[in-house]
Design a protein around this ligand. Structure first.
Ligand SMILES: Nc1ncnc2c1ncn2[C@@H]1O[C@H](COP(=O)(O)OP(=O)(O)OP(=O)(O)O)[C@@H](O)[C@H]1O
Length: 370
């Protein structure tokens, strides 16, 4: 893996005002952003996501730490070099930030004029870009005549005009409806795969991460809590903040209320098992060593269940989805049978996958009219 952005112990504090204390927006962050990746930066409002990303294109400068972008040490650059860096990194925004007094074509042409590209070449490039984002027929219209999705296409064409190696997207789909969001995300995927552009996506929407990102960093209070391949961070989240994020968008486990209702219908021990594959590194290791025949948890779980012949098993809740083309989710079973055999089965399951044994939740149903 080659890093195109390297943060080393980077911090950024905004000075306080008369009425407010200084804000430590980014605290001691050390991460690499992989060249050619689509990396999501997630976290609640105020976590420091925008500041982290604005450090990459030098819209903010670090107070301490080292920051290398495409091999160059940003903290040692002179103002002119910083200006060059800023114009060499594309950026798109939630509110599109188009120039309303200029046509679509003129908006896309603008960065080329700033970069000193000759008129003939500019015209060719603008047409190419508008074709790529699928909006050539609107070239002479003004931004206010366009839908949100069309405006963001113009934003993407403009951001790509100077062939940036890095494209930063700050909540670029948050103002769009779900269908348009999907189209814009597809377009970003094409930018990544056809031009090899590294894309850094700030988002509070987990489905954005699930559908396009290869890597993800989770931020809270200015710190990067976890980062790595999306599947590994999601399936093996260590930090509570990450787990909260995941459960807020992927309802893969029954709520305690659901379990309470199910418990009133089924006698037995309620057990929820995670259905995930091993982390990426372990999987790659397994592929490289043919003697290693480790199975995904789903087949291991199935084997253990079928071996426990004295225990009756009923699936009462299940949600399995895909994250980066790998299974992710859980199944909830009711086990009924001799106590020792049920406990043995649970112990065996715990050895291969995250396994939650539910206490009796039925007290939650008290006062419930239904
Ligand atoms: N220019 C600034 N001056 C002072 N404080 C700032 C400035 N920019 C950001 N902050 C503060 O730094 C903290 C992190 O802000 P930032 O915008 O990076 O977070 P975020 O995770 O992107 O949040 P959001 O999703 O709401 O944009 C916040 O407390 C914010 O108020």
């Amino acid at each position: 893996m080659t890093a195109i952005v390297e943060f080393r112990n980077v911090s950024k504090t905004f000075p306080g005002t008369k009425n407010s204390d200084p804000v430590k927006a980014v605290r001691d962050v050390t991460i690499d952003i992989e060249a050619g990746s689509i990396t999501g930066i997630i976290g609640y409002s105020g976590a420091g996501k925008s500041t982290l990303v604005r450090l990459i294109n030098a819209l903010e400068l670090p107070d301490t730490g080292d920051l290398r972008v495409d091999g160059a040490d940003l903290t040692k650059m002179k103002e002119r070099e910083l200006r060059n860096l800023r114009s060499s990194i594309g950026m798109i925004f939630q509110q599109f930030n188009l120039l309303n007094s200029r046509t679509v074509a003129k908006n896309v042409e603008y960065p080329l004029i700033v970069a000193g590209v000759k008129a003939e070449e500019r015209a060719k490039r603008v047409t190419e870009l508008l074709q790529f984002v699928g909006i050539e027929s609107k070239r002479n219209q003004y931004p206010q005549q366009l839908s949100g999705g069309q405006k963001q296409r113009v934003g993407i064409a403009r951001a790509l005009a100077t062939n940036p190696k890095i494209l930063l997207a700050d909540e670029a789909t948050s103002a769009l409806d779900p269908e348009t969001t999907a189209e814009v995300l597809d377009l970003l995927k094409r930018v990544n795969s056809e031009f090899g552009t590294t894309i850094v996506v700030i988002t509070h929407e987990m489905h954005v991460v699930r559908s396009i990102c290869s890597n993800v960093a989770v931020m809270e209070h200015g710190k990067v809590l976890e980062h790595g391949p999306v599947y590994d961070v999601f399936a093996f989240a260590k930090e509570e903040a990450t787990q909260r994020f995941i459960s807020s968008t992927i309802q893969d486990r029954p709520s305690p209320e659901t379990v309470a209702r199910l418990q009133s219908l089924h006698p037995g021990t309620f057990v929820t098992v995670s259905i995930v594959e091993p982390p990426v590194q372990e999987r790659e290791h397994a592929l490289q060593s043919p003697e290693n025949t480790e199975e995904p948890a789903s087949s291991g779980v199935a084997d253990l269940l079928s071996q426990a012949t004295t225990v009756h098993k009923t699936v009462v809740f299940g949600s399995i989805t895909e994250i980066t083309q790998r299974p992710y989710g859980s199944l909830t079973y009711v086990f009924d049978g001799p106590e020792a055999d049920v406990q043995q089965l649970i112990e065996n399951l715990k050895r291969i996958t995250a396994t939650q044994v539910w206490e009796d939740q039925r007290s939650l149903l008290k006062g419930d009219a239904s």
